[in-house]
Design a protein around this ligand. Structure first.
Ligand SMILES: NC(=O)c1ccc[n+]([C@@H]2O[C@H](COP(=O)([O-])OP(=O)(O)OC[C@H]3O[C@@H](n4cnc5c(N)ncnc54)[C@H](O)[C@@H]3O)[C@@H](O)[C@H]2O)c1
Length: 376
């Protein structure tokens, strides 16, 4: 097997999901390439060493620029807050490294454009971790749509609801709450949560033409974890938008961190002329499907338990009837990336694909600011 030496930057939530994926992928998917946990990088030497020991990384770095200089690293995996994606990705491309970058690709479209130019100029393989495409039930939805089973699509609806920032005492900034600091995150729920919904939507239902949005920041000031001072909150706490897709269907998206009782409720529903689909992250192994062409006496919503060997990704796992979970979506993404290196076919979503999502995010925020429709 050919080693693929990983240098991962950031070891938080995503650092763990990615490390698990690299460790597991070859046990389940046959590939020419084998990820090797070569180095992990973060600023605190003691903490990053503890992470490396736990996951089996061979070495640590405390400065990502040093990591990029090493010639024993093939892939740079960017798992840092959003404000670091651009600088690291461009430098990694210039160093000739393959790049796996967490989503959203960038803080805004201008940064994303620069990142796309850099990887294309360097000719390095690249991918962005929009992992929800690799939930088998969502991949099955894509298959059913591509087979034409839904017919003409009329409606696309998606929500991503959380409730962890309702308390006004939650600070902004710092290690745990950088998502509330516009300087680190770029935006609030739009880039953090809706970006996932938009990526899946474009993949399933095609491009988005125009949007009209509203955003709200319910808690206007929060203590900044780094300075201890109360400072204005500049992220969107909630965002809803309407859109037209290029295929003529209408889109309705909502995300908030103020939906009491919801932790990570990502749902989507697609209504076509012949059939509808519905999916829910809290029950991620099921795809709800209604087909109007069924015989009238048995027509109704069916709940497909996506666990059979002929359903996407599932023959690599256990036996029919046994489901898999969230962490597997990252394993699937690594497996598809390794396959792309073998075949020479680019893995998706790549930087260009992720830039399309970024364009919609920027248009949504612009529309909310100007209270008007914005063409993508
Ligand atoms: N694909 C998904 O579903 C998903 C889910 C969560 C987060 N994300 C994305 O992943 C990225 C990281 O999010 P997270 O939840 O893992 O955050 P996190 O706060 O858990 O981890 C961030 C890591 O970056 C490190 N870091 C920060 N500045 C650094 C620097 N200058 N040099 C080296 N390391 C540095 C921190 O030490 C930490 O280990 C973000 O872009 C986020 O949007 C994606």
């Amino acid at each position: 097997m050919k080693p693929l030496r990983i240098g991962m930057i950031g070891y938080g939530f995503m650092g763990r999901t990615h490390s698990n994926a690299y460790s597991q992928v070859n046990h389940f998917f046959k590939n020419e390439y084998q990820p090797v946990l070569q180095a992990v990088c973060a600023r605190d030497k003691e903490k990053v060493q503890a992470f490396a020991d736990n996951w089996g990384y061979a070495s640590v770095e405390t400065d990502w620029k040093q990591l990029l200089k090493r010639d024993d690293i093939d892939v740079i995996d960017i798992c840092t807050p959003n404000n670091l994606h651009k600088e690291i990705a461009i430098a990694a491309a210039q160093a000739g490294k393959m790049i796996l970058c967490e989503k959203p690709i960038s803080m805004n479209v201008a940064e994303g454009e620069e990142m796309c130019s850099a990887v294309e100029k360097a000719g390095v393989a690249n991918m962005v971790w929009y992992n929800y495409r690799r939930v088998p039930a969502v991949t099955l939805a894509k298959q059913l749509i591509d087979e034409g089973r839904l017919g003409k699509i009329f409606h696309y609806r998606a929500n991503f609801l959380q409730d962890w920032t309702i308390n006004a005492d939650v600070p902004q900034g710092g290690a745990a709450t950088w998502r509330l600091d516009a300087g680190a995150a770029g935006s609030g729920v739009t880039g953090d949560l809706l970006a996932h919904c938009i990526d899946t939507a474009i993949w399933l239902n095609g491009g988005i033409k125009d949007v009209t949005a509203m955003t709200e920041t319910f808690v206007k000031e929060r203590v900044h974890a780094e300075t201890g001072k109360k400072t204005p909150v500049k992220i969107d706490d909630a965002c809803s938008f309407l859109c037209h897709f290029e295929n003529g269907s209408l889109g309705l998206f909502e995300s908030t961190r103020y939906a009491r009782g919801h932790k990570a409720l990502y749902t989507l529903e697609i209504n076509g002329e012949n059939a509808s689909l519905r999916w829910d992250l809290h029950d991620l192994h099921r795809l709800q499907y209604f087909d109007y062409r069924d015989d009238g006496i048995v027509r109704g919503w069916r709940s497909i338990h996506v666990s059979d060997a002929d359903q996407p990704y599932m023959k690599q796992w256990w036996v029919p009837g046994l489901q898999i979970g969230y962490e597997h979506t990252f394993i699937h993404q690594v497996a598809d990336f390794l396959k792309s290196l073998e075949t020479g076919e680019p893995a998706h979503p790549n930087f260009r694909d992720a830039l399309e999502t970024q364009k919609v995010c920027d248009a949504v925020l612009q529309s909310a600011n100007h209270r008007s429709w914005v063409t993508i």
